[in-house]
Design a protein around this ligand. Sequence first.
Ligand code: SF4
Ligand code: SF4
Ligand code: FES
Length: 248
Amino acid sequence: MAKTVILQIKRQENPQAKARWEEFELAYRPGMNVISAMMEIAAKPVTRSGQSTTPIAYDSNCLEEVCGSCAMVINGRARMACSALVDKLDQPIKLEPLSKFPLVRDLQVDRSVLFENLKRVKAWVPVDGTYDLGAGPRVQPVEQEQAYPVSRCISCCCCMEACPQFNESTGFVGAATIAQVRLFNQHPTGKALKQERLQALMGDGGIQECGFAQNCVEVCPKDIPLTKAIADTGREVMKQAIKDFFRG
Ligand code: SF4
Ligand code: SF4
Ligand code: FES
């Protein structure tokens, strides 16, 4: 009998609708990943029992683990569907949407909370005006090497999905945002906003919510040293809080 791939996919028409599971069986092809399986289902949306259904809604774009859009829960773990090879997954392959973000439909969720958090900490290099500002300060190779691992963040939100502290009751900003504070505070131009970024991480939902469980670093698809970034930023936040205290 020809080899097949079985997928169980959680479906939900809209945030108010009842969730249900559908099962699909596809012919196996070497090198298949979860997104290529989803594309096959979209081309022929028929369940394993032969019932016609609707194509599954999911996000994807780059198909090479760069855009960060295809994050979902695959066999119980938050990860990128485009780099999840079928050969390396236990079957049936179970696909669910990220559970900590508002559902849009099927495997699509709204991850705008991360972008709001990045705005809250001003995760950018400030460039004032559109006129020619001339050359920026030089970045030494050693500084580039320190910044590079953190700069690889693809805003996938896997670290937030896996984090026990990222939930409605804490309002925790999550590991990705803290790591971006570290990145931009080390940049020679970006550090102009260092104080504001550190102050944005104080108080409710800030860095003190992190329980250092390290789930984030385990799931990050770009191997970003998140726990180091959190520890380094935590020290900076503490120093800033002491300075603020003595300044009254
Ligand atoms: S170390 Fe733990 S609590 Fe802190 S951000 Fe990572 S997963 Fe969350
Ligand atoms: S830190 Fe890693 S897991 Fe978190 S959003 Fe960035 S790439 Fe994704
Ligand atoms: S499709 Fe871009 S990261 Fe998967």
